[in-house]
Design a protein around this ligand. Structure first.
Ligand SMILES: Nc1ncnc2c1ncn2[C@@H]1O[C@H](COP(=O)(O)OP(=O)(O)OP(=O)(O)O)[C@@H](O)[C@H]1O
Length: 302
């Protein structure tokens, strides 16, 4: 579904300043996958989502989504892509909804604007997100989580093959966040829609099969759920503890096409690499070992 290779996005601030938000990012997402994107503030998560949604154009690299080349696509094709291929969910989606209309009227509104209005379809979408019992409730009577589910129903109006969600649980409590993630998971399984969710909340990664971590505009690691825990998740027998403590997922460093990896800062700190930019790389019994050249030198001297 998504192939990003060496993707670069540079924002020009003025004649002298620019920000490199994506610095050669690689990412592969298969059809029907539900993938989380995590990373610190400023790491490039939203920029990546904007590129995937064709809200902005990448500066260089390769970006294919659903067979479309988003670097070369014409303006007209871009409009069609945004309308038919992707659905968006933002953190504060409810702000774009109309409080004095009912849930179903809110879903009908974008359909009317597109001239494809059908009440049954709006009701069906609300049922899909678990709001079948509240279709005639006025929006302002619904909780934040329920309003977010109306927004998810709206994102499905054009039957997109890709859903992009930027911090969709950012303004709700943990329990509601869990329910919203379950809605995404159900849509992913029942419709086969590919979902990419940006979050800074590691807890939510428990709900994903794969989480990609971005650091400084590059993919740094991937966290993949162990198959045994996937079964538990499906059986809903999981609890709410920290996914990493529970050891439900394994973290892999990502190797780019030039053989580069990002070594976590705390690993470097633990072997005393501070301001130095050098590591000794040793092949030892089929393992690649990274050593502090200072420590390694002392070892060989003694
Ligand atoms: N339109 C823009 N113009 C200039 N710089 C931008 C623009 N959008 C993002 N940036 C810069 O690009 C970098 C990546 O920003 P981005 O919003 O993608 O990060 P993020 O990981 O989503 O952060 P957060 O979690 O805080 O939302 C940051 O340094 C940011 O300041």
């Amino acid at each position: 579904m998504i192939t990003c290779e060496n993707l670069v996005k540079i924002y020009k601030i003025d004649d002298e300043h620019e920000v490199i938000a994506l610095q050669g990012l690689d990412l592969q997402v298969n059809d029907g996958e539900m993938v989380g994107i995590i990373g610190n503030s400023g790491s490039g998560k939203s920029t990546l989502l904007n590129m995937l949604g064709a809200l902005d154009r990448p500066s260089a690299g390769k970006l294919l989504v659903d067979g479309k080349d988003l670097l070369r696509i014409s303006d007209k094709e871009q409009v069609i892509y945004k309308r038919d291929t992707v659905g968006f969910i933002w953190q504060n989606n409810a702000r774009n909804l109309i409080p004095y209309l009912t849930a179903v009227e809110n879903v009908e509104l974008p359909m009317m604007l597109k001239g494809r209005y059908k009440r049954e379809r709006a009701m069906e979408l609300l049922e899909m997100v678990g709001l079948g019992g509240k279709i005639h409730s006025k929006l302002h009577m619904l909780s934040g989580g329920e309003q977010q589910r109306v927004a998810i129903a709206i994102s499905l109006v054009n039957s997109p093959s890709l859903l992009l969600a930027d911090e969709p649980t950012g303004s709700v409590d943990t329990r509601t966040a869990d329910i919203i993630l379950d809605v995404f998971r159900e849509l992913n399984q029942s419709l086969g829609v590919t979902i990419v969710i940006v979050t800074h909340d590691m807890q939510l990664s428990r709900k994903m099969d794969r989480v990609v971590a971005i650091r400084d505009g590059k993919t740094s690691s991937e966290i993949i759920r162990r198959p045994v825990y996937k079964q538990q998740e499906d059986d809903e027998t999981h609890n709410d503890s920290d996914p990493m403590e529970e050891d439900t997922h394994v973290e892999y460093a990502v190797l780019d096409r030039a053989g580069r990896i990002q070594v976590p800062r705390d690993y470097l700190d633990s072997i005393g690499i501070k301001d130095s930019n050098k590591l000794q790389v040793v092949l030892e019994d089929g393992r690649i070992v990274l050593l502090n050249p200072e420590g390694a030198k002392e070892k060989t001297d003694t």
